[in-house]
Design a protein around this ligand. Structure first.
Ligand code: RTP
Ligand code: MG
Length: 141
């Protein structure tokens, strides 16, 4: 299976709940390596640019309001099948529908405040990683 990279964000609700370490432990236990990481308070322009694909959706303003409501932790995860593996760890977008034991089932409160973001395909992973990290700040190992 291919070694992939994916872009992961611990959203403001999970940072506020002080569960950064618990979420990182889940990544590590699943065999995903953190190869880049930083904390950031996103500007509206940064959040709008990141979620530009959803710009026409009715939930867009709420999504941006939420993403700028506090600091986030942004990381690149690397490993076998990293994109799908990370999405499995996250669980369904709506925490009420997320399987028990997933990050969203355990730490998220609502479809808006849903704890984590993960890239959904190879192309989006590439774009999203480049959006937040210059190539020289991703440390493959
Ligand atoms: P994400 O991009 O954040 O990893 O989440 P996702 O792939 O599971 O969901 P996506 O469809 O890409 O939606 C992005 C974020 O928008 C919010 N959302 N709200 N009210 C709604 O119907 C609705 N649908 C989506 C969620 O916070 C979702 O994470
Ligand atoms: Mg998405």
């Amino acid at each position: 299976m291919a070694i992939e990279r994916t872009l992961s964000i611990i959203k403001p609700d999970a940072v506020a709940k002080n569960v950064i370490g618990q979420i990182y432990t889940r990544f590590e236990n699943a065999g995903l390596k953190i190869v880049a990481a930083r904390m950031a308070q996103l500007s509206r322009a940064e959040a709008e640019g990141f979620y530009a694909v959803h710009a026409a959706r009715p939930f867009f303003k709420d999504l941006v309001d939420f993403m700028v409501s506090g600091p986030v932790i942004i990381q690149v995860l690397e490993g076998e099948n990293a994109i799908a593996k990370h999405r499995d760890l996250m669980g369904a977008t709506d925490p009420k529908k997320a399987e028990k034991g997933t990050i969203r089932a355990d730490f998220a409160d609502s479809i808006d405040a849903n704890a984590v973001h993960g890239s959904d395909a190879e192309e989006t992973a590439k774009t999203e990683i480049a959006y937040f990290f210059p190539a020289l700040n991703v440390y493959s190992r």
